[in-house]
Design a protein around this ligand. Structure first.
Ligand SMILES: Cc1cc2nc3c(=O)[nH]c(=O)nc-3n(C[C@H](O)[C@H](O)[C@H](O)COP(=O)(O)OP(=O)(O)OC[C@H]3O[C@@H](n4cnc5c(N)ncnc54)[C@H](O)[C@@H]3O)c2cc1C
Length: 411
């Protein structure tokens, strides 16, 4: 693959897997070998949640395989040793309390808020944990977000004007419910600000994204005056996101704050396309991968050229995008550790990129989910499915793991 930035050595498996023992390396190799079997994996990931619910004894098996590869632990305390271990390789950690979408009671949403506050306190006690990650759907009802989004559609007004107009159309109960969501974020974000940490807010389905984007923008307006405390996420598989980034930048200039953004390609492509087809509206997703790649790389450049007003987390396993971004930083004469530039990959994937970036002096992290097995199960099933394609991630991971096994004379 094209690697325009020659100083970055993505092929150096000794560095990439230095943090793994021989036993861990062999386990990872066995796991990725199994993930090649795409048909059984697709069936397995579809039925496993149900079988677990019915009491099938899969817990140990999952714990020793997918969980160990992709998750930091069941509790915050369990992630501590991993966080410390990665620190010795100058790799940072973004902790993600892995709660996935479900119908939560108000008390459960408050519990999630308390957990996020705990994660901030933990991150603040670590030298290499500058961000925490949260999902808005842990704090807000999905169907409320969906309704709010629907009410915001169909006008050309600015995001914040659409948001204001939408609020006046909610019922009294819905307004009260939304106020609780805002209150939860008004606990989390100032706590992070005080602890000198930042909060990354994940992007989810496009049909709940408008109220989320508006709320995050308002939080930035309040808390990102001095430094980027809150970051939104832009999914560049959406064809409207370049324009969105430009609009957000203009808001930042107008209101004098730093716009923080995590750039990703996007995790819900099939679901998005299927919904658009079933409900007969134009798909929000690019027609092809090249368009998505083009917009991702263009967004990276857009942010890097505006670092006085923007802060960016480049979240990708794509070698080309990482190499181009690193090259751009160097060409622009920007410090590789500029506080407004950060790279990130998911724990358990693309170590060759993470460790190459850290060795070359860029700020880079592993995004580490943690939580009880039943909570992180959907995340694990997504990782298993995403890693089944031989042409994609698994092929790459397997080749690198094999090469390191050979180097260590384990094969
Ligand atoms: C640190 C981190 C945080 C993340 N946070 C989020 C988040 O908040 N929200 C979220 O949705 N995802 C998130 N992701 C996942 C991310 O969106 C991608 O699904 C994943 O990283 C794969 O994309 P890539 O850039 O790594 O690699 P690549 O292998 O280069 O790209 C694969 C991606 O390209 C896109 N794609 C593939 N084929 C097509 C096509 N035909 N047309 C258009 N697009 C196509 C899809 O998005 C697919 O996932 C995160 C990823 C990381 C590393």
């Amino acid at each position: 693959m094209l690697n325009p930035f020659t100083a970055l050595q993505f092929e150096n498996t000794e560095d990439a897997f230095a943090y793994k023992t021989d036993r861990q390396l062999k386990k990872a190799y066995r796991l990725f070998s199994l993930l090649q079997w795409s048909v059984p994996i697709r069936i397995g990931t579809a039925v496993t949640p149900l079988l677990l619910k019915l009491g099938w004894p899969f817990r140990q098996l999952l714990r020793a395989t997918l969980f160990e590869q992709f998750v930091g632990g069941e509790t915050l305390e369990e992630t501590a040793s991993l966080t410390k271990h990665l620190e010795s390789f100058h790799v940072q950690v973004i902790l993600d309390y892995g709660v996935e979408q479900s119908d939560r009671t108000e008390a459960e949403k408050d519990h999630c808020t308390a957990m996020f506050l705990k994660v901030i306190a933990f991150a603040a006690s670590q030298p290499n944990s500058p961000f925490i990650s949260i999902k808005l759907t842990a704090l807000a009802r999905f169907s409320l977000l969906e309704k709010m989004d629907r009410l915001m559609c169909g006008t050309d007004a600015s995001l914040l004007n659409r948001y204001d107009a939408m609020l006046s159309e909610l019922s009294t109960d819905e307004v009260l419910e939304w106020e609780q969501v805002v209150k939860r974020l008004d606990q989390i974000v100032p706590a992070a600000s005080k602890a000198n940490r930042s909060v990354l807010i994940d992007a989810e389905e496009s049909w709940i994204q408008q109220p989320a984007d508006a709320l995050v923008l308002m939080l930035m307006c309040r808390y990102n005056k001095e430094r980027p405390v809150v970051y939104n996420t832009a999914q560049l598989y959406r064809h409207d996101r370049i324009q969105f980034l430009q609009d957000c930048f203009e808001e930042a200039v107008k209101n004098d704050f730093i716009y923080g953004v995590k750039l990703v390609r996007g995790a819900y492509m099939e679901k998005e396309r299927e919904r658009a087809m079933n409900m007969q509206y134009p798909s929000p997703i690019h027609a092809g991968k090249e368009d998505c790649d083009r917009d991702f790389d263009a967004s990276v450049v857009f942010c890097i050229e505006r670092l006085e007003q923007m802060a960016v987390v480049i979240a990708t396993h794509n070698e080309n995008s990482n190499a181009k971004a690193a090259q751009r930083v160097d060409e622009a004469g920007i410090d590789r550790k500029h506080p407004h530039i950060h790279f990130s990959q998911l724990f358990g994937m693309s170590d060759h990129i993470t460790f190459a970036l850290s060795k070359s002096g860029y700020a880079v992290s592993k995004y580490v989910p943690f939580g009880p097995l039943k909570e992180v199960l959907p995340y694990l099933m997504r990782r298993a499915r995403e890693n089944t394609s031989i042409a994609g991630q698994t092929g790459r991971e397997l080749r690198l793991l094999k090469s390191e096994m050979k180097r260590r004379k384990l094969l």
